[in-house]
Design a protein. Sequence first.
Lengths: 257, 257
Amino acid sequence: MTETTLQAARILRITAFYVAALLIWEGLIRSLHVPVWLVPAPSHIFEVIAEKNSIMLFHTLATLQETVLGFALALVVGILFAIGIVHFPMLRDTLYPTLIMFNSFPKIAIAPLFVIWIGVGIESKIANAFLVALFPIVINMIMGLTNMDPELLELVRAMSRSRWVLFWKIRLPHSLPYLFAACKIAVSFAVIGAIVGEFISGRSGLGYLVLSANSTFNTPMAFTALVYLVLMSLALYGGVVLAERLMLPWYHREPAA
Amino acid sequence: MLESICIERLCKVYRARDGTDVEALREVSFTVGRGEFVSIVGQSGCGKSTLLKILAGLLPKSSGTLFIEGQAVDGPRRDIGIVFQKALLLEWRRVLDNVLLPVEIFRLDRREYEAKALRLLRTAGLAEFLRKYPFELSGGMQQRVALCRALLAEPALLLMDEPFGALDTLTRQKMGFELLRLWEEWKSTVLFVTHDIDEAVMLSDRVLVMSSRPGRIMDSVTVDLPRPRQIFTKDTPEFIRFSSRIRRCLWEEVGND
């Protein structure tokens, strides 16, 4: 009873905060007569949303597609890389340092090259999203496959020396919380990759929309695109969190204070 | 009595990180009869865990001979169960599936052993917790699950390395009696490492007293207290005689330092 009351009070507080923030924003714009090309009022943005929803959705879907494909590719390749690096000394000494080297440099700087290599279509955006999402997945997955109690490994080793058993029964399930932690970061990174790709080239997507609205000083349109971008990113993040809850019911986080 | 463990002039020297050789065990010789409950007591760092790991096939010996159930120790084997101080449960498996881990590793018949697992868990008082995840259990319960897991494949020999060391005194004593109950039912040989003299006397048929490094067996005390033992066994003059003999042996050795 008190639990649900507390929960309700929390939701109420959060809602109140955002409503208040929007009202203050609206009030400031109106009272200070801020021109619409500088910063539009929330009401103005809502108008654009109502009017242009189908166009916005079209561009949102474009960005979503690039992000999800890039992220999925990074997930598959990242997991395979990590498994390879953990199991084969050859890869640990070659691929791993190369990845670390790449990671310490702004991968987004390669983005213009992708246009030369694979064109202005969806492929170069997917490549961008993939590239920025890959590193957190590989690094965390390696941690998850190796960072466990040495005595647990001994316990299993006393029963079997099979690397296959160790991998399927211990390493892989142990790595899942690490993998999901990485996915939460990687999915947001993938959005950045896709948007930057759209900035550089392209005829669709929210990044393209922000840029083209900007060039005509259509600030309300740019803001609207950002609203859809925020909602899309939140939905992606929420999807990862939901998948984690469903797949790892055993994963015990400390309850929030 | 047939011999379960037969160790002769076992030595262990290992290379420390700084390059010096450390003598962990010196000429350790003893035998353990089949079905016997033997404890090894000694200070921490005296080499008792090293001895256990050599028996489990996790560490190579330096010299000497070592037979378990008449076979030389040379790697993982099915007829040994191990319990460490930490329960080391797989946190992604429910209680029953944790206990069934050896079935999967040794490729045993799941249906047959599931019945065994259920009987073990019932004996250990965990019948109502089969579907729980490890994080939902107390430390004592987790250790009982670990014990059931170690006993599942009906090992001829149960190796225990301070299994109750992380528990509070009361839980620890209760666990001791539960171990005895399971042992009387399962009739495996037990080699139990502890630094708690009273615990060793309370549980064992025989207590081996180990010197500090390099570990040697200084005394072998046959504890012929009647079974089943009870908490009040501790207050009997016989019990006190055994424990003070062991205590004196350990203290004299410390005094020689």
